[in-house]
Design a protein around this ligand. Structure first.
Ligand code: PXG
Length: 442
């Protein structure tokens, strides 16, 4: 370990970092060189408590033995197998294990390498599904304002974060957006589901009336919007979206890249809300973030619609070189086993109340205009500094890192999503550290 601490690179310019203020970062880099369970180790040897499960993905905590061993063994046994017209056992085994924990009726898995690719895959399945069913006029896709569905063209088209869209031209044609559900005037400091706003689901009826249902393929939403700052759906909202989509023959896609694999205290948000979509988009927690992998879990109805025509013909023209990659499959199998052994997919239900009370104890701290939470996700929204949006929260991020706590910020919102192995004393440390920082912020 000690010599690994000495590998700080001396030139940071070649790596153009993703979603990062590159010039600022490279003047004062923040580097992790190790991790174990709830903590990272920095290149200067400090311990940093992980308040965000990496980027919402390390649900079982860091460097867990089963996952490490599985990857090491797999690397020596079968490194790669062609993904097209060939297979290997673990990809099939994993699909079964995913289906085991997925909501009833979602019985088939398409593999990808990231959340962004899972989104593109689901959108393409939706378009092709209607076409194989003889409803090729259903080409429109409906997303939502403030949504994050990754960074590829389909995802930013249905996504609703302006900064992620505006530089990239006209995007996909035929996309429309429902309004987001964030309403501080009515719902600030809600615990769990906000009480107001179920009627926003009816905006979908308005959009359908405008375009006609016969032109619409699918609606995609994050059950809880993560990246944009943890927007929790109003009570009853997702159920109503399901009713409306069903009524009009429109597919409903849940993007569970963040909410999947236990984040809300249930295996998937679909379970939490008692709403089953036609497709469930996942990634991140599937492999505990260790190896890139995503999975789109699809209903039998959709899958079976493709299984027609001559048997030698490829049913769906889509896939990746690394779909179901052996290393990723091994990592995912060991991850799901770890979740099962330790009850992590439901741990958020036990700890959620403690997490909620702890977070809401910050209500009267300076700058705080909202606190919201569900399962093991929380957000603290700050009043922006006038004329300098994002600055206050980013300054909290920097101060937290100095104080030994990793948080995420987006706009002026602090997001928290600790690994699901988090203990009460970690939650106390997170909240005490944040309390001190909020008091010291400009
Ligand atoms: N859908 C959702 C709902 C996501 O949250 C993606 C798709 C894309 O996944 P990939 O694997 O392509 O990055 C995401 C990713 C953050 C943050 O802290 C969120 C994500 C990624 C990085 C940072 O807000 N979400």
């Amino acid at each position: 370990m000690s010599n690994r601490l000495n590998v700080t690179p001396n030139d940071l310019s070649a790596f153009w970092m993703p979603f990062t203020a590159n010039r600022q970062f490279k003047k004062a880099p923040r580097l992790f060189v190790g991790a174990k369970d709830m903590h990272y180790t920095t290149d200067d040897g400090r311990q940093v408590l992980d308040g965000t499960a990496g980027l919402w993905c390390v649900n079982a905590g860091h460097c867990r033995p089963k996952i490490v061993e599985a990857i090491q063994e797999q690397a020596a046994e079968l490194d790669y197998a062609p993904a097209f017209q060939m297979g290997h056992p673990k990809a099939f085994e994993l699909a079964n294990r995913i289906v085991d924990i997925a909501p009833e009726g979602l019985n088939h898995v398409l593999y990808t390498n990231s959340g962004s690719e899972s989104v593109e895959t689901a959108l393409k399945v939706a378009l092709a599904y209607h076409r194989v069913k003889g409803e090729g006029s259903r080409t429109r896709l409906i997303g939502r304002e403030r949504a994050y569905h990754g960074v590829n063209f389909g995802g930013i088209s249905v996504g609703g974060i302006v900064g992620n869209r505006k530089m990239f031209g006209t995007l996909l044609a035929g996309v429309d957006h429902m309004p987001h559900t964030h309403n501080l005037a009515k719902n600030a400091f809600s615990r769990g589901l906000p009480p107001h706003g179920v009627e926003l689901a009816d905006e979908l009826e308005r959009i359908i009336a405008l375009h006609d249902a016969s032109t619409i393929a699918a609606v995609i939403v994050e059950p809880v919007a993560g990246s944009t700052g943890v927007l929790i759906p109003p009570a009853g909202y997702l159920k109503r979206l399901r009713e409306i989509t069903k009524k009009h023959g429109i597919l409903l896609i849940f993007d569970e890249v963040i909410t999947g694999y236990g984040r809300l205290g249930t295996p998937f948000a679909a379970d939490y809300f008692g709403v089953t979509p036609d497709m469930l988009v996942t990634a991140k927690g599937l492999t505990n973030g260790v190896i890139p992998m995503g999975a789109v879990i699809v209903s039998s109805e959709i899958h079976d619609a493709f299984m027609q025509g001559p048997e030698h013909a490829i049913e769906f023209m889509h896939g990746y070189t690394y779909s179901g990659n052996p290393m990723a499959s091994a990592a995912a199998l060991a991850t799901l086993e770890t979740y099962k052994d330790e009850g992590l997919l439901t741990r958020g239900a036990e700890l959620g109340k403690y997490f909620e009370d702890a977070l809401h104890s910050l209500k009267d701290h300076p700058h705080v205009i909202d606190i919201r939470n569900i399962g093991l996700v929380g957000a603290i929204e700050l009043q922006p500094i006038p004329g300098e949006p994002t600055k206050r929260a980013f300054s909290a991020f920097l101060k937290a890192f100095e104080a030994g706590l990793l948080i995420r910020t987006t706009g002026d919102i602090i997001a928290l999503s600790p690994p699901l192995i988090v203990e009460k004393h970690h939650i106390d440390t997170i909240v005490e550290t944040l309390g001190g920082i909020l008091k010291a912020l400009e």
